[in-house]
Write a protein that binds this ligand. Sequence first.
Ligand SMILES: [Zn+2]
Length: 371
Amino acid sequence: MHPSPRCSHPVLRVGALLTTCYFSLSTGFDYAEGSLTLTDALFLVQDLVSDVIQGVVHEVSEKCVFFKTYFTRSRVIWYDNGTMRVLYVFIDGVGYGEAGEKNPVCPEVCPTLCRLMADAEHLDTCLEVPGLPQSATGQATLYTGVNAAQVMGRHKEGFPGPTLCRLLQENNLFMELRRRGLRVCFSDAYFADTADELAARRFKSVTTIMALTTPEVIRYQKDMLAGRAVLHDLTREAIVPKGFTGPLITPDVAAEQVLSIAAENDFTLFEYFLTDITGHSQNRERAEAVLRSLDTFLAGLLQGLDEDTLFILTSDHGNIEDLGTRGHTFNNVPLVAIGPEARQIRAGATSLMDVMPRLLRVLCPQGDADR
Ligand SMILES: [Zn+2]
């Protein structure tokens, strides 16, 4: 007997780069209601992947069957049809501030961002450590789920030192996702050609340290020119003073490119930090220009977002929402989640520490089974 698949979106996800691995078949059916039997599901999988020679049911959850499988060859096979994807947009230095002339984050300047922020969780960035929240510890917390400020005993600005580097190199979001066999992309284009070149840089951001632990996720100049990566400033103007003579693009085009990258990956991270730089400048005109450009980009992303993509937006600390101060703020930052599993991301999230564990839970519902 060979049952015809009764599900519209069969998803096979290979859990790890091992000959023996676990994967889940997610059909959107509620197995508890018996709409697709386990035997049917197993046949379906064997039909989809010829390399599967054996599979035993490992665990059954509400909408997934987890199989333990044996592959004839030790390679990862992708069968991707309707898998949930994540597009994670990180915006440096945007918090909730009081409305007024010191706060350029207002509907007249950035209506899309304001709309997103109005329906978002508010995350604390102080992490129970005295002092102003800073980027290195804030971002390390977002990408490890560990309270990096507490590890350091203080908030660390700018670039991570040895302790934070060690924390990031031990484990991070990219490593966790790659370990589970997911396709991960850091869609910001580095103005460089190789990982060695990046590794040799004296100052490396939290995200660069993280990306270097999984160099296959990194994109370079050549990717940018091919439309497969977007410069952090969206338009490439930032690299003109560094000698870039290629074409500039608009924030709309940047949004299209990020969306097409996100469509090819299970998890895509895009980082934008002109908001923080401009916040430090305290220049309202510049801040408005940056926010307008960012807003066009965000509007483009939301417009083109498909129903299988979970959109996440967050920040590491406040800054641009209060141009009255040169430094960062103590304000909460937004955690926006739109799309599949958005509720799981948002539920009960109150701090920067909460983002990574929730992401892993929705992207890898099998948890640690494959490790
Ligand atoms: Zn800053």
